[in-house]
Design a protein around this ligand. Structure first.
Ligand code: FAD
Length: 389
């Protein structure tokens, strides 16, 4: 291990991998990424990795558009093939959820996003096995899709080795050391690395890392599960479907599989992030399956293949904290994906690398600054508090 670095990134999920990639590529010097387990081992590797632009504020739409652009051009922009599959996205709605859905469509249209409202019969044409029931329409984004989250993280990291990125898996950070009002070093299980730039991308442990330098982040953790079914022959490929009525989301997963999970509105499931069962529990499996079968009855004939549980790290306004901390030079926060952080990782990592290097980022991400909570400038959601972004 090098004992000095120009920048140290703590955490090898999508957030850490993204900022480390862009820092190295933009010539930040010796960049070291330290991961206590292996790349993408926690939330990132268990993500549904849906990349869509259907968001209730203009900045998140802008970043999600940038993300889609990056994944569509992954070899040039992210260093390799991330397994992007453009299968389209639809958020279906009934009378209750029609107004917020149309509001979001208006925000997307204001930015020129290729999204449109479709009727129940168009939903049926696009997804023949769907049970339309009380649905009155859907917002449809033909360009959205999903990627392979583990592959993406590995591509970002390994492609940046040619620019000098130094990666240490199986190495835990014990704490950040300061000198006066600036960071001075990172203490790891394998020794101390002197550095003047530290990015806290420790995901669910972002709060613990912050506490090591006296920063008290408000972060909650919720157990979040997905399952995969071998779809029956009656169910062909389906796009990504968010369904607030059945409270599920689903999408094709490769050739013959359907991936599903519980969708908004949903309650939190508080958890111990240092001691949890990563296997899908029977009760959650039943709830997910009920929702999937309600919307696509033919899925009942599908076969359960696997399921898992992982972590949502949730901030007070369901948006990540990204940026410097006033009063602690050289320290940057980058965590709190709040259930939708995968797609935001690459564009936020790109913008944060510019900020660290003293350059003006293409997208102004000051709204994500950690002290927005103290300043009372929180993100709000069209869907109501504690809900989807
Ligand atoms: C089931 C599920 C489905 C999801 N679906 C989607 C989706 O469809 N689209 C979307 O955009 N988002 C989705 N998300 C959310 C998204 O996956 C997360 O927001 C994102 O992966 C968070 O990335 P991260 O890098 O902040 O955290 P993580 O991936 O958790 O990475 C943090 C890393 O830091 C490491 N670390 C922690 N402490 C230390 C330490 N002291 N020393 C060294 N390393 C340390 C950890 O080992 C970990 O690898 C989903 C999440 C889940 C759980």
């Amino acid at each position: 291990m090098n004992h000095t670095a120009d920048a140290v990134v703590i955490g090898g999920g999508i957030m850490g991998a993204s900022v480390a990639h862009f820092l190295a590529k933009k010539g930040a010097g010796k960049v070291t990424l330290v991961e206590k387990r292996s790349l993408a081992a926690v939330s990132t590797g268990h993500s549904a990795a849906v990349v869509r632009t259907f968001y209730s504020n203009p900045l998140t739409i802008t970043l999600a558009r940038r993300s889609l652009d990056m994944f569509e051009n992954d070899r040039d922009m992210l260093g390799g093939d991330c397994g992007f599959k453009r299968i389209g996205y639809m958020c279906v709605f009934n009378d209750h959820s029609a107004a917020p859905s149309r509001h979001v469509l208006g925000l997307e249209k204001a930015q020129g996003v290729d999204a449109r409202e479709i009727s129940p019969s168009e939903i049926q044409d696009l997804v023949p096995p769907v049970h339309v029931g009380d649905l009155v329409g859907a917002i449809y984004e033909p360009h959205s899709g999903y990627v392979d989250p583990t592959k993406t993280t590995q591509v970002l990291c390994h492609s940046a080795k040619e620019y000098g990125l130094d990666i240490h898996e199986g190495t835990g950070v014990i704490g950040i050391k300061t000198e006066g009002n600036r960071v001075a070093a990172v203490k790891t299980s394998e020794g101390t690395i002197a550095t003047r730039v530290v990015v806290n991308a420790a995901g669910p442990w972002g709060r613990a890392m912050g506490l090591s330098v006296g920063l008290n982040y408000s972060l909650r953790w919720s157990r979040e599960s997905d399952l995969v079914l071998d779809r029956s022959e009656k169910v062909g490929d389906i796009p990504l479907i968010s369904d607030p009525t059945s409270r599920t989301y689903m999408r094709s997963n490769g050739k013959n599989e359907i991936l599903g999970g519980r969708g908004f509105p949903k309650e939190l499931e508080p958890m111990d992030i240092d001691n949890y069962n990563p296997i899908l529990d029977p009760n959650t499996r039943q709830r997910i399956e009920q929702g999937l079968f309600q919307r696509i009855p033919a899925l009942r004939q599908g076969k359960y293949i696997r399921g898992w549980a992982s972590i949502y790290a949730i901030t007070d306004d369901w948006h990540p904290v990204v940026g410097p901390e006033p009063g602690l030079d050289g320290y940057y926060a980058f965590f709190g994906g709040s259930g939708h952080g995968f797609k935001l990782g690459p564009p936020l990592g790109e913008a944060l690398s510019d900020i660290i290097l003293g350059q003006t980022p293409t997208t102004d991400i000051r709204a994500f600054r950690p002290n927005r909570f103290a300043e009372g400038e929180l993100f709000t959601s069209t869907w109501g508090g504690g809900n989807r972004a």
